[in-house]
Write a protein that binds this ligand. Structure first.
Ligand code: BJW
Ligand code: ZN
Length: 237
């Protein structure tokens, strides 16, 4: 199956990649679901929701400070680096990532849509200004340099809409690709969970590379199980 995928990739002019927390797991960043997942220890509705932030911004920022510290101490792994090389080899290429760690760009990938936002960006709840902020820890509660409004993480929480520009770019990439790789995502969070079906309906060859089977495994053309840090570099051999 891996050999078939390698042949398809070698002949493809347009490749799109969807990534999730599993690709950064090999860098030491916890995933969300499963035994070691963040949602096993913390309740998303208490920490990663607009209601939680409205109730207790200090608590939410304290949790994000912990995540910032964790991510700042880690590095992209061979799977992120292999995608940088894949981008060099392919004419039209885009990564659509659900991850907020910024590791694809840090590794050197150029065309990246961060559909769930970025932990190193903040957004003013009053004037809407988005700014980069790499403070570890960030002063709690942080306030906007322009209007002194309360800042929140520039991250998409459950029930919130994704950025329309990022979504449009993602849909263009799903429509145009010949091969779609879905790497390290449990495939349960929408709209990303529908991206495989969207690309497949447009005629793309869809492959899932994941440690465990997912609800998407039966829908894709190739489901390959293993660690992203091993599987993704192997695609380039
Ligand atoms: C390895 C590995 C290794 C491990 N190598 N693999 C349609 C139907 C039903 C519901 C909805 C729908 N449309 C929208 C919704 C509502 C909701 C949703 O999807 N709910 C479902 C859960 C039921 N979606 C939304 O609210 C989204 N907004 C939206 O659609 O707005 C419009 C709308 C709203 C409401 C209704 C209808 C329309 C927004 C979603 C925002 C998600 N935000 C989070 C939290 C961010 C907080 C933060 O980071 O600080 O984003 S949730 C969390 O899950 C995070 C992730 O990006 C996201 C996906 O998780 P991911 O990446 O898949 O990680 P895991 O942990 O789940 O899986 C890791 C995988 O890796 C596993 O499979 C492992 O096996 C594997 N793995 N190690 C390879 N080494
Ligand atoms: Zn402001």
């Amino acid at each position: 199956m891996l050999r078939d995928l390698k042949t398809r990739l070698a002949g493809a002019a347009a490749v799109t990649v969807v990534t999730g927390a599993g690709i950064s797991a090999d860098s030491g960043i916890p995933t969300f679901r499963g035994n070691d997942g963040l949602w096993n220890k913390y309740r998303p509705e208490e920490l990663a929701s607009p209601e939680a932030f409205a109730r207790d911004p200090r608590l939410v920022w304290t949790w994000y400070n912990w995540r910032r510290e964790l991510i700042a101490a880690k590095q992209p792994n061979p799977a992120h680096h292999a995608l940088v090389e894949l981008e060099r080899r392919v004419n039209t290429f885009r990564i659509i990532t659900q991850n907020v760690d910024g590791f694809h760009s840090l590794a050197g990938s150029q065309s990246v849509s961060e559909i769930h936002g970025n932990i190193w960006k903040v957004r003013c709840t009053q004037c809407g200004r988005v700014a980069a902020n790499r403070d570890v820890p960030i002063a709690v509660p942080p306030c906007c340099a322009v209007c002194r409004g309360l800042l929140r993480p520039h991250i998409v929480w459950f029930g919130e809409s994704l950025d329309p520009g990022e979504l449009r770019q993602s849909h263009d990439a799903l429509r145009d690709c010949e091969v779609l790789l879905i790497i390290g995502t449990s495939g349960v969070v929408y709209p990303a969970a529908s991206f495989g079906a969207v690309a497949k309906a447009r005629g793309a060859f869809v492959a899932e590379l994941n440690r465990d089977p997912t609800p998407q495994s039966d829908l894709v053309d190739a489901a390959i199980h293993g660690a992203a840090k091993d599987l993704v570099p192997e695609l380039l051999d």
